[in-house]
Ligand binder design. Structure first.
Ligand SMILES: Nc1nc2c(ncn2[C@@H]2O[C@H](COP(=O)(O)OP(=O)(O)OP(=O)(O)O)[C@@H](O)[C@H]2O)c(=O)[nH]1
Ligand SMILES: [Zn+2]
Length: 305
């Protein structure tokens, strides 16, 4: 048993640089400072802490509890963690702007590898033409087993709330979505007062912008059974942490075929007797997904320096 076992537990609900906002089981907010120089804490972490001030609202973080999972991205230069101890990932896409299938696939692969359940949410279905096109592009993802929900977060608010409320009603959900898809609209629909909280943090940090600049945990209900985690936008979802040889394993449409390849270490690229390529040829795997597989495979094969 760890020597920190007798200390109080708290949840990391936000982090800015070297400071963390912790929440006690009673719902009190504590300003937490990690011991040591480098800190690896992320939102969703549970920590053991010890009070350091007379009022009891500041403390030092002594230890981090083991994580159930951690979602992160990794490019050539750095690793960026999104959050820990997630029950699901909600990938938000929209009819407009047209979403990148590569970015979507990257998020799904990272979630599969981290064993985190995924829900794909298509927003702006009030835009008929673009929505039909988006649906078409999402069809392969539905076919490979992903849950795809559809909403118009701005124009059909009650309908969206009725659909998402129960679906996200337990556990922690991280929301990822490119800029302009309606991430703020989603958070504000489900978390009354969220924009004020974002503003407060922006003011405190002098960032002056009322967009999400930090990852933040929001409770969805008073009983604090369900949470939504909002995180800032990013350019590219690097998946350098995925093994090249394992890539197809995290792609549910490729996975069932690879056992039938002639070579057990088939890269599904050029080898004879490749069952994955045969499946692509007869349309059992979407051409777009195979293209993404090849691109990602290439990326993961490149030397790091
Ligand atoms: N037509 C339509 N527009 C929507 C819907 N939901 C959001 N929008 C619009 O889409 C734009 C982007 O919405 P935001 O919620 O600001 O998107 P965001 O993803 O937070 O974008 P960033 O702030 O750039 O990160 C806004 O102009 C919204 O009004 C919808 O259901 N239908
Ligand atoms: Zn193969």
């Amino acid at each position: 048993m760890s020597r920190h076992q007798e200390l109080d537990v708290a949840l990391v609900v936000a982090g800015h640089g070297r400071h963390y906002l912790l929440e006690t089981p009673e719902g009190r907010e504590i300003k937490g400072h990690p011991r040591g120089k480098k800190s690896q804490l992320v939102v969703g972490d549970r920590v053991r802490w010890q009070v350091t001030d007379a009022r009891g609202d500041e403390g030092v973080i002594e230890a981090i509890e083991p994580r159930r999972n951690l979602l992160y991205r990794q490019d050539e230069w750095k690793t960026k963690s999104f959050a820990a101890n997630l029950d699901r990932l909600l990938v938000l896409v929209a009819a407009e702007p047209v979403f990148s299938e590569s970015q979507l696939s990257r998020a799904l692969i990272a979630a599969e590898e981290a064993r985190i359940e995924v829900v794909i949410l298509l927003n702006k279905i009030d835009l008929d033409g673009p929505a039909a096109f988006a649906r078409e592009r999402l069809a392969p993802y539905k076919a490979m087993g992903y849950e795809v929900l559809e909403v118009a977060l701005k124009t059909r608010r009650e309908e969206a709330r009725a659909l998402l409320g129960p679906r996200l009603g337990t556990g922690s959900t991280l929301v990822l979505g490119p800029s302009g898809t309606g991430k703020s609209t989603l958070v504000n629909l489900l978390v009354p007062g969220a924009s004020a909280a974002t503003g407060e943090i922006s003011t405190a940090l002098n960032s002056g912008r009322h967009t999400t600049t930090h990852t933040r945990w929001y409770w969805l209900d008073e009983a604090r059974q369900a949470a939504l985690i909002d995180s800032p936008g990013f350019q590219e979802f690097g998946i350098r942490h995925i093994e090249r040889a394992e890539l197809a394993r995290w792609m549910p449409d490729l996975l069932p075929f690879q056992a039938d390849c002639r070579f057990t270490n088939c890269s599904h690229d050029h080898e004879p007797g490749c069952a994955v390529r045969a499946a692509v040829d007869r349309g059992a795997i979407a051409a777009s997904r195979y293209r993404i597989y090849l691109e990602l495979g290439e990326e993961l094969t490149q030397k790091r320096w």
